[in-house]
Structures are given as C-alpha cells and as structure tokens.
Design a protein around this ligand. Structure first.
Ligand SMILES: C[S@@+](CC[C@H](N)C(=O)[O-])C[C@H]1O[C@@H](n2cnc3c(N)ncnc32)[C@H](O)[C@@H]1O
Length: 492
C-alpha cells in the first residue's frame, strides 16, 4: 500500500475535511458538546451522508457508518485502511480504530491520527497501556511555549502521535522524534506522511536514541505524572520511575544535547516537599548546567487533588478498588513529604555561561505566575533569553549609558482610598506576553515613565536625583536591571 496515505490525503482534501469545514458542519452547539465528550448534537447534524458528514461521524463523533457512505467519502480506500489498522469493517458497517481529525496551526491546517477519545457519551474512559494521546491541553501548551525561530535541528522527546514534531517541521530543517511506544511511532509516522513532512523517528528511552547528538531545540511533554511507580503503567503519562525522577533525569541530561545557543523546553510536574522551597529543589537540577534557566510554576495542586485528577484520567473513578488506590497513592506522597505538586515550564538556553565565574554567570530565574499569559508564549521565551544575554554583557557603566524604552503595552495602575492625594500602591502591568505586574514606588514609576529612548539611564537617574534628592533616587540600578529582565524596559 505504498501510496495509501497520499490517496487518503487527497480524499480528505476533496471532502473539505478541514478545521473550518468540520466547524461549519457541526455548528457552535454541537462543537461545544463534542468538547464535553457528547456526540448527540453532532450526530443530529451529520445524517445526510455527504463525504464530510461521513468523515465527521467516523472520526470526531466515533460513530459507525455504512460501507456505501465510506466508499463515497474515501473512494477505493476501505480495504487498505482496514488492513493498516485505521478502520474496521463488520459486514455492512465501518468504524474507526484510530482517530483522524483536522488540526489548525498558525502556519496551516494539518490532520492528526491518534488513539480514539475514551469516555464519549459517558462510556468508560479506560484506555490500554500503550494508548497514544491526540491533541491534549498539555500538547497545546507546549506547542504554544515553543520558541519558533528557524533552526537546523530539533528533538521531540516522547513524541506520541508526533504533534510537536509536526509543528517543528514548519521551522526546523531536521526533526528527530523519539518514543518508547511503538504504537506512538507508527502513528507519528503516518502523521508525518499525511502532512507531507519528514520526521526522523527513533525508538528508545529518554536520550538513548540520540546519544552523543546535539540539537538547536529540544522540546518534551514527557510522562510526568508523579506516582509511586508501582501500579500498571499508562505509557503516555507514567515513566515507570518513582516521583519526579523522570523529569529530573530529563532536565539534568538535556543540556548536553544542546548546541551552543540551543534551547530546551520541558513541560513538567514536580514534587513540592515540606520545608523545601520548590525553586531551591529545582535549582539543584539545573545549577552548573551551563544554561540560562527560566522556570515558571503555573499551578500547585494539593496531593488529594492530584491523585483524584490522575485516577479519573485513568478511568478509575468509581472502580471497585478506587478508594484503595487513592489511599495507597496518597500515603506514598505523604511518606515522601510531598505537600503539593507543581506544574509548569522549564526553559533552558545553552548560553555557555559558567556558573562559577561572576562575569559570565549562567542566569537562573524561578518564578510563580499563575495568571493568564498571552499565547503563544514562544516569542516571550525567546525575548527572555535575549534579555538575559544582553544584560549579562552590560556592565553598570554601559547600562547607565543606554537609552531604555518603556514597552508600549505597559500601563500604570494606581490604587488608593477614594479622594486621597497620593496612591497607596502603584503597579506597572504588561498587557502582552507574560502579562507581568510589578509593584513599584513613585521613583521607579517616574523612571519607567521617563524611558522613551531620548535620555540615557544615567541622565534619567540624575534628573530624578535633582527632583527627589539623592537619597530617594540613588541605588536604583538593580531595579533598572530587574525592569529590563522582566521586559518592562527594552534596551532599544
Ligand atoms: C504526555 S505524552 C506526550 C506526547 C506528545 N509529545 C504531546 O506533546 O502530546 C508522553 C510521551 O512520552 C512517551 N514516553 C514514555 N516514556 C518514555 C521514555 N522513557 N522515553 C521516551 N518517551 C517516553 C510516551 O509513550 C508518550 O508518547
């Protein structure tokens, strides 16, 4: 069946099986219902037997359709698609064995094959150990976080259905994708062919398949669920290693697979241990790596919330041994001293900075930011590392001589009692990117406001010293560095 996938592609195009085509067919209500795993509204809108209706029933709605309808929608392909394991036929009816749906990206529409969505219309959402996820919220989150600069090489570790690699192929010359799950590699291979991109697929654990190789970009949404590692393993979420060892291993090993200037981006859970600040624990994974590091903790779940979330994800809520599993998992977390589970982003840039020497120190930034950010965040990650590099090479004299510019989207909010002459609190807030907020005093607010690219930092500080006195305006250079590092002030 050498040209099966290209012929499948032609049929999908002919049926207008696209993001817009399916959205228009389903309409808002049925589309929203499907997002809640309910298919009835969608089935009511797809009963006329057109090719687009047949494909939408077959895949997103996971309904059986007649052989005649499939022959109209996928002419001459039924037997081969059954032989490939994509469809299955029983007498006069056809059902999907894997999902295939359109997927919109910034650059173009794609199609993604993955395992069927479990739990539609209240059916049990148990999946097999080698289940391959489709486009999950975590996959989207990593895709949005990824730096999209054009580079020669990238690694997608734990590729699953290959979604990250499909994105990477738009801006990377050579994409290597690894997985331990052969089913994932099979689906990723089909997705590469269906979307006419080249992906170098390799089977193996963590970095084994790329031993000794370096990349300009490494992205991974690894199996990061934190568990005792003793229960049955769902390979898409359980690494088989206890606690957060898999993430620690990846973060520690990643730098040696980066070219100079290369970027590593990891989506992860980590344990927040009683009495140990989360950032200090994670810093031990990255210190001395030669990488600038930017870690953002986006949320923290308490252990009970966490265990419930993942037992439900495995379809075990209400199972006979649910309470026993819950109890075992929870007591394991308690024994380990886990008081919360953090979720967030670990970004590394191989800057070449040596942690020990003061002049070119690798910079680490750990921050907690639970608020909404502007997506996609990839450009902000790139800008962050650019700012870190620029500040590193800027001594205090050079900083004083530079002409900074307040970023256009920054607004000032003042808070205080109604009618009060002076605000009790001033906040500078970014409207874009990380949408950071920073509480400042009147001097820092005035300084930020004066940075329009005309005056140097030295001139602005001198003017403020004249206005407010040297005590008020002195010793402000660290604050200026922070404002630049956080993106409020640009180096022009
Ligand atoms: C959460 S899924 C992510 C899939 C996809 N990259 C995405 O962003 O949706 C994690 C993937 O890692 C794979 N995996 C599990 N253990 C692995 C290991 N030791 N080495 C490499 N990949 C592994 C799983 O098979 C699964 O495909």
């Amino acid at each position: 069946m050498p040209d099966l996938i290209p012929r499948l592609r032609d049929a999908l195009v002919a049926a207008d099986y696209s993001v817009d085509g399916v959205s228009a067919l389903l309409g808002t209500t049925a589309h929203a219902a499907l997002a809640r795993n309910e298919t009835t509204p969608g089935l009511r809108r797809t009963g006329e037997g057109s090719p687009l209706e047949t494909l939408t029933r077959l895949w997103p709605l996971q309904a059986t359709v007649t052989v005649e309808a499939v022959d109209r929608a996928l002419p001459g392909l039924l037997d081969e698609l059954c032989a490939e394991g994509i469809l299955e036929r029983s007498v006069g009816e056809v059902a999907a064995r894997v999902d295939l749906r359109p997927y919109g990206t910034d650059s173009r529409d794609l199609w993604v094959l993955a395992d069927l969505t479990p739990g539609l219309d209240g059916s049990p959402n148990r999946v097999g150990p080698d289940h391959v996820l489709g486009i999950s919220p975590a996959a989207t989150s990593l895709a949005e976080l990824t730096v999209r600069t054009g580079v020669p090489s990238a690694l997608d570790l734990g590729t699953g259905c290959g979604v990250q690699s499909l994105h990477l192929a738009a801006h990377v010359d050579h994409v290597v994708a690894t997985d331990v799950n052969q089913r994932a590699l099979w689906l990723a291979g089909l997705n590469a062919e269906l979307n006419e991109v080249a992906i170098d697929l390799r089977e193996g654990s963590f970095f084994e398949p790329v031993a000794g190789e370096r990349f300009d970009l490494v992205v991974t949404n690894p199996p990061f669920v934190i568990s005792p590692g003793t229960g049955e393993r769902l390979v898409y979420r359980d690494s088989g290693l206890p606690g957060d060892r898999a993430v620690e291993h990846i973060v520690r090993a990643l730098p040696e697979h980066l070219n100079p200037g290369g970027t590593g981006q990891v989506l992860a859970n980590w344990m927040v241990l009683r009495g140990v600040p989360w950032d200090e624990r994670l810093a031990t994974w990255t210190d001395g790596s030669g990488c600038d590091t930017w870690v953002v903790q986006r949320e923290v779940l308490d252990p009970a919330q966490y265990v419930e979330l993942w037992l439900k994800d495995a379809g075990l809520h209400g199972a006979g041994d649910y309470s026993e599993r819950y109890d075992t998992w929870l007591s394991w977390l308690e024994d380990k001293g886990v008081e919360g589970i953090g979720f967030g982003w670990i970004n590394l840039r191989r800057s070449g900075g040596r942690a020990q020497s003061s002049g070119d120190r690798a910079q680490s930034r750990f921050e907690e930011w639970r608020w909404e950010v502007e997506q996609p965040l990839g450009p902000e990650v790139e800008a962050h590392f650019d700012r870190v590099a620029a500040l590193r090479s800027l001594g205090d004299d050079a900083l004083l001589a530079s002409r900074l510019v307040l970023r256009e989207d920054v607004v000032q909010e003042t808070h205080g009692a109604a009618g009060a002459a002076d605000p009790s609190r001033i906040v500078l807030r970014q409207q874009r990117g990380m949408r950071r907020a920073r509480q400042v005093d009147t001097v820092e607010a005035a300084l930020a406001g004066a940075c329009d690219g005309d005056l140097t930092v030295g001139q602005v500080l001198a003017a403020l010293a004249q206005l407010l006195g040297p005590d008020e305006a002195g010793g402000r250079l660290e604050g200026v560095r922070e404002l630049v590092a956080e993106g409020f002030l640009g180096l022009g």
